[in-house]
Design a binder for this molecule. Structure first.
Ligand code: ZN
Length: 216
């Protein structure tokens, strides 16, 4: 049985919608995000007017806006002012950066650690910018393979180093809570650019990643 729309506003006729709006879902562009979450709660067979759920649409809206704010951030802007000329040509490695993202297939979290390395060719990135760069791509609807690649490509584009390596080790709620229900499996992805395709650079990077953190 179809559940009644909890919201009361009449939807615009499809003809009045722009192509993008109509592409979302005919008529739905007229409802606020909170109204749509309220409707969803009803469709989960819950009572959106129950005390504990009254403010949920507003909380979910804020939370989702935060978790997807990467769409409105530009990696080039984040790195601007944080690129430095340095005479250093050994591997720079930033290990164990926490990452939280949402899988685009189920909109459930996947999270883990990112390891980034590059060999400069005249320019380096301010170290604090690497975690911010990771967040720009992680705070979107993603697949792990794509975040990994985007981080590597944006570093390559920003400072044209001799090479970049990115490894992400993550766990996916969509595998743990549903589907195959595997609790302990970790998904590892890597993206290598330039000299990171070659041994021994790649080998050196991967062995540094495998070393336990020193605890400093
Ligand atoms: Zn998923």
């Amino acid at each position: 049985m179809a559940h009644p729309m909890v919201v009361t506003k009449a939807p615009k006729p499809v003809s009045a919608l722009s192509k993008t709006e109509a592409g979302l879902e005919s008529g739905l562009a007229d409802y606020s995000t909170q109204e749509l979450y309220r409707e969803l709660i009803g469709r989960f067979h819950e009572d959106p007017d129950r005390d504990g759920l009254l403010a949920t649409p507003s909380r979910v809206e804020k939370s989702m806006a935060f978790l997807t704010k990467g769409y409105q951030q530009n990696p080039t802007e984040i790195l601007r002012g944080a690129l430095f000329d340095v005479d250093y040509d050994e591997m720079v490695i930033v290990k164990d950066v926490e990452m939280f993202s949402l899988c685009e297939h189920h909109m459930l979290p996947f999270w883990g650690r990112v390891h980034v390395a590059y060999i400069p060719d005249g320019k380096v990135i301010g170290l604090s910018k690497i975690p911010r760069l990771i967040d720009v791509f992680a705070r979107r609807l993603q697949v792990q393979e794509r975040v990994t690649r985007q981080i590597a490509d944006s570093i390559q584009e920003a400072i044209a180093p001799r090479g970049v390596g990115v490894v992400i080790e993550a766990r996916h709620m969509c595998m743990m809570m549903r589907g195959v229900e595997k609790q302990q499996s970790t998904t590892v992805t890597s993206a290598m650019v330039g000299c990171f395709h070659d041994q021994p650079t790649r080998g050196e990077f991967l062995s540094l990643v495998r070393q336990p953190s020193s605890g400093i």
